[in-house]
Design a binder for this molecule. Sequence first.
Ligand SMILES: Cc1cc2nc3c(=O)[nH]c(=O)nc-3n(C[C@H](O)[C@H](O)[C@H](O)COP(=O)(O)OP(=O)(O)OC[C@H]3O[C@@H](n4cnc5c(N)ncnc54)[C@H](O)[C@@H]3O)c2cc1C
Length: 569
Amino acid sequence: MTGDTPPPPERVPPDDLAVTGAGEAGGPPDDVAVVGAGVGGGPSHDLAVGGAGVAGGPPDDVAVVGGGVAGGPSHDVAVGGAGEAGSPPYDLAVIGGGPAGVAGALTAAMRGLRVVLVDSGVRLGGQYFRHRDGPPEKFARQVRALRERAEIMTGRQVWAVTREESGFTVRCLGGTAVRSRRLLIATGAYDRPLPFPGWDLPGVLTAGGAQALLKGHGVVAGRRVVVAGTGPFLLPVAAGLAAAGAGVAGVYEANGGLGLARHPLLALGKAGEAAGYLATLARNRVPYRTRHAVVAAHGDRELEAVTVARLDRDWNVLATRRVPCDALATGYGFVPQIELGVQLGCATRPDADGTPVLTVDAAQRTTVPGVWAAGEPTGVGGRHLAVTEGRIAGLSIAADGAPVRALLRRRARLRAFAAALHAAYPLKPGWQTWLTDDTLVCRCEEVPLAGIREAQQLGATDARSAKLLSRAGMGWCQGRICAHSVAALTGTSPPAPRRPLAQPISLADLATLAPHDSTVRGATPCDSTASDPTASDPTASDPTASDPTASDPTASDPTASDPAVEETP
Ligand SMILES: Cc1cc2nc3c(=O)[nH]c(=O)nc-3n(C[C@H](O)[C@H](O)[C@H](O)COP(=O)(O)OP(=O)(O)OC[C@H]3O[C@@H](n4cnc5c(N)ncnc54)[C@H](O)[C@@H]3O)c2cc1C
């Protein structure tokens, strides 16, 4: 359907679901961990650590490639709903079909907005709902409801968003472009690995990659798997692998064991869930060790063993031993995916752990008129927070003055919970002592620690100057994997990702920005900042303009029948 005339809304709450476990069948081909594969098969945002990029990635320093990108559609030069010049066919384009994007899209569509949702995956659900046998029924119902009310475009990787006179143009690999008056950025996050000797061996992958393989494809990462890193995400990964029959040789949490107990919020919110995972680990006789980390991986052609270290509070090594394994799933948190917002000029702020996230106000509006953000791009906080933010954004965009006090309370609780998680599972500087001079920090450009140190001797004082002098971060993944580490090694916080092209693209895609652009009628080519989308229609950028209550989502009281205020424990 085109979304031109949305049918009368049926009450289908875009709520979050208390379901864990496997993901949707056949997840997107571009977001699954592939041990030993190059990054070039698609976005690197949640891919394998081990062996990725080094052999397969070209020694190129630009993100523009000559061919199409695997996994994406062919160059079909489709006009994805682009309408007549000056009148975008959609009121809202949602980028990202995870929990946040679906909640935001459905909330807005149920209020009569013409909505299009664009996602790079083959199915909706994002990182959480990638269940092999189909998503849980509640989420499936929401997706069905969304399909009836909105246009859903899957398999479309957005590489740029440009501002036009009357809104925005969302540009996808393959030539599809979509025009809309407003935008909701719900692009999620990707894994954050840390470097250590041998982390580029085939067999080493991210925790999220291992989870994606298991949930999306029913594939266990190895016969004997080690899970290491920090944060509560290690638990479902290890428990899932153990339950699926993998031999899990150990779970190594670099922070202290008191992480959960120390924080009442954590204890309140997640103690039960954590206990369930720990019980699974215990049943499968999987050792769980705190203040331990994998500090080296070994193997001739592929992973054969890891060095596990006992750590002090700052993650300096106290003692080591070798653990045989054929797979290592490692994860040190997530990095919000905010390129598209940064492209548009949205302000960023450092999250609790210093990672840049998009700044949003109480109604999830970014600092750029007409652009909202929800979910991990505004700060890593898990699925429940993502859904809550998505709903608040949807209500704000629909500008119907919908009551959301309960949602705001819920969001505040979940944000406090997320902040507590960050505090309980920080990255400690001792990881830098795990590296040797020849440890690759940037795998795409094969820049070792010595290369970063040399850049520093030449005067580099931050990640950007270290990048310019060493090429770290200039390869296929454009710093997605190494930017955090390079910044930390130079003693600075990771900078906001300034990538004019959010994904590696073909020259044909790039050409769609040319003045003779035939893919988007009415679009203003090349200049993403000159025009002001509010110029011709002030309400396009500010949904509160016609409805004063929308600026204050607490203005009116919740009504029981409104799905957006449903409280989920
Ligand atoms: C690899 C990985 C695995 C995870 N597994 C779990 C898990 O098993 N359990 C759990 O509780 N939490 C998991 N998480 C945490 C999870 O991210 C959040 O709990 C939750 O999914 C966040 O929802 P979201 O909607 O903000 O983002 P996501 O669920 O990440 O959804 C973002 C969506 O945006 C799409 N997208 C991103 N960029 C583009 C683009 N340029 N063009 C088009 N589409 C784009 C993605 O395809 C994705 O569908 C995982 C995170 C990662 C990175």
